[in-house]
Design a protein around this ligand. Structure first.
Ligand code: IVH
Length: 671
């Protein structure tokens, strides 16, 4: 393909992908299959690798992230990011209107919107391109998290049409859709990490992650609700927001009743009551409704207090709370042996779902609430996913009732529980003899991101375990076709699939095997870092604490957990058996051939376009040789690898700090 043809094809694919991206992520109405979308994306990626000089900064391929931010820059907001005053009743809203009516004479139109429970963000655009995204911070200044925000699919990198202002800022909230948050927690459960309790706090944490490639996988979403700028081409808030929808932003639309024009308090209350009832049907969290004066001219007349606009108010829903009876406290044993006490309740309707159980977290929580069987308890659903018990009615308690005694032995295997200092939870230490722990280990081993064994699922593992066919992951590789065929509902095809799936899984690379064996706190990313650093399971096993924490991103907690893992004989044996069965416990020759420690201790910034590498290849090469890549130049930067068209501001900063600039040939010599 000639360069001219490639340019044409890239433009065509970009346009196509942007349109589908918009339908899928903004309108929620997919127009092509995931498969075709991926094919187009792959084609574009390949062309951009082949012709790096034709790759745009705002190409849809950039959504996968990759830039690392060590320290987020603090920047001042052009317009302070204010908050809203709150209201809780019809009287509060009436007072709000009375206050406003004293300031303006004209009839007023209000806009009612949902109050999204997410992380506030201000995004600036210049000539239709996303320029910068900043968190609220203290309202005056916030953190520049542009690299991470650019990975969020519902936020446009390049606007549609040509009638947007040359420069403007748009504000809104970033959040986890409920379904995505649930899945995220399911993955955490698989690696034995504590679950995230609160979607908003988790979204906020995700946005401050250093590696934008991880953020890209997290599927955050957004709603935008406020356009700011000088000489905006509209006279009111509603028109601005609807227009922003045409430019490509995800904005509330009337069709879904997410936004409504009102003129009376009764109409406002109709909207409030509707969503107070219906909010559970949304796939995102809201915690109230926001009421805004529509006309910009009236907004200006009404003005601001120091903290918030006087032309808008938030109405907060009450957290739903119900009373019910505690029937029993049971104890669950997780994959890692962690014990979670669960309150079994008389079923009661809360926030649209029938609640029968609530988490009691740990022994301290039970003691603090002094909760006892047969008590009347209050259950609340706040921002947290699992309903919680917020109080106990002690007045009506039977005089003979006794404080709850926490269990001392495992409810599954009767082993005495342990509780380490500083740990809130009790654990069952019988890792290899306690059924839920045994099954849990195997379920993790076969899961999608670990060995991903075709044909095997959680239920099959349960069945194989119950039938006494497997007790650990190495047993799986000794399963015979005939053993499987004998099981209920197992036909030839199904059995054959499993046997083949197991054989194929022997090709899975070391880092995923390392993740699969289930060392506590070793998730996917950590497993990758460990594999790259130690190269073989033997070196990892023999590493001292100091050697472990010297590896990139490995802290005390992970290091201790790795050392503990290898002190348990069963673990060592299982690893040995898996190795003999042909699983990969070291990096492949190809992986090793390409990796050295030549750049250890050096930090690189990559800028411009290269002829021998794509930018991602160059970054990957630096990391494979032990170097670090960061996105911004600082005193700690050792070298800047500069290609064509290095940005002038980067050049100046490099010169100011005296950082050495090298080209790709000099870099190649270094390695
Ligand atoms: S308008 C100057 N609209 O709630 C007015 N804010 O508790 C700017 N929020 O600061 C805010 N949904 O972070 C507005 N539809 C909505 C909102 C919304 C959520 C957030 C926002 C605000 C906070 C106030």
């Amino acid at each position: 393909m000639t360069k001219e043809e490639a340019k044409h094809k890239i433009a065509q694919l970009t346009e196509e992908l942007n349109v589908h991206n918009y339908s899928y992520y903004v309108l929620d109405e997919p127009t092509i299959s995931d498969y075709h979308f991926d094919m187009f994306m792959e084609e574009l990626q390949k062309l951009e690798e082949q012709f790096p000089e034709l790759a745009h900064d705002d190409s849809p391929t950039k959504r996968v992230g990759g830039e690392i931010t060590k320290n987020f820059k603090t920047v001042k907001h052009k317009y302070p990011m204010l908050s809203l005053s709150n209201s809780y009743s019809k009287e509060d809203i009436e007072d709000f209107e009375t206050r406003i009516k004293k300031l303006v004479e004209n009839e007023l139109e209000y806009i009612c919107e949902l109050k999204y429970d997410g992380v506030a963000i201000g995004i600036s655009y210049k000539n239709g391109k996303l320029e910068r995204a900043v968190t609220r911070g203290d309202g005056v200044q916030g953190d520049d998290i542009t690299t991470n925000v650019k990975t969020i699919r519902s936020i446009p990198l390049q606007l549609n049409g040509d009638d947007y202002p040359e420069e403007f800022e748009i504000r809104g909230e970033i959040f986890y859709p409920k379904t995505v948050f649930k899945e995220l927690n399911k993955e955490r459960e698989e690696i034995g990490e504590d679950l995230y309790a609160n979607a908003r706090n988790t979204a906020s944490g995700t946005l401050k992650m250093q590696d934008s490639a991880v953020v890209a996988q997290r599927r955050l979403d957004s709603y935008l609700y406020f356009v700011l700028g000088e000489n905006l081409p509209f006279k009111n808030h509603y028109d601005s927001i609807q227009k922003a929808g045409e430019w490509g932003f995800k904005v509330p639309v009337e069709g879904k009743n997410y936004i409504k024009k009102c003129t009376t308090i009764d109409e406002i209350f109709e909207f409030i009551n509707y969503w107070d009832k219906e909010r559970n049907s949304l796939n995102f969290e809201i915690d109230g409704v926001v009421i805004k004066v529509n006309s910009y001219a009236r907004q200006e007349e009404i003005g601001f207090t120091a903290k918030s606009p006087k032309w808008a108010i938030a109405y907060k829903f009450k957290a739903e709370k119900v009373a019910t009876k505690l029937l029993e406290i049971t104890y669950q044993v997780g994959r890692t042996g962690a014990i979670t006490p669960v309150a079994n309740l008389e079923p009661v309707l809360l926030a649209g779902t029938m609640v029968k159980r609530a988490s009691l977290h740990n022994a301290d929580q039970i003691e603090k609430l002094d909760i006892r069987v047969n008590d009347t308890v209050f259950v609340e659903k706040g921002g947290e996913i699992i309903p919680k018990i917020v109080g106990v009615e002690t007045q009506q308690r039977d005089i003979f009732s006794k404080p709850t005694e926490y269990i001392k032995n495992c409810p599954e295997c009767n082993t005495e529980l342990i509780r380490s200092e500083g740990d809130a939870k009790h654990y069952c230490p019988n890792e290899w003899g306690c059924p839920p722990q045994i099954k849990g280990k195997m379920q993790h081993f076969i899961s999608r991101k670990a060995m991903n064994i075709d044909g095997l699922g959680e239920e099959t593992i349960d069945l194989l375990y119950e039938k006494g066919l497997v007790k650990n992951s190495a047993d799986l590789y000794e399963l015979k076709f005939d053993d499987l065929l004998e099981l209920e509902s197992f036909k030839e095809k199904k059995s054959q699939n499993i046997i083949e799936g197991l054989a194929v899984s022997k090709q899975i690379p070391f880092e995923r095997v390392l993740y699969a064996i289930g060392i506590r706190y070793v998730g996917e990313t950590v497993a990758k870092k460990l594999a790259r650093h130690f190269k073989t399971i033997d070196k990892l096993k023999d590493a001292t604490f100091e050697e472990l924490i010297a590896a990139d991103e490995i802290g005390d907690k992970i290091a201790e957990s790795i050392m503990h893992f290898f002190t348990i004989e069963q673990n060592v044996k299982t690893v040995e058996r898996l190795r003999n069965q042909g699983l990969k416990f070291e990096l492949s020759e190809e992986q090793i051939a390409n990796s050295t420690t030549k750049l250890e201790g050096l930090a690189f910034v990559v800028s411009g376009v290269f002829s021998k590498f794509s930018r991602d290849e160059l970054k990957h090469t630096i990391e494979q040789n032990g170097g670090k890549v960061s996105s911004s130049i600082s005193k700690k930067t050792s070298y800047i690898v500069a290609g064509e068209n290095m940005g002038p501001s980067k050049l100046k900063k490099a010169q100011d700090l005296g950082v050495e600039i090298i080209d790709e040939n000099q870099f190649l010599e270094m390695i």
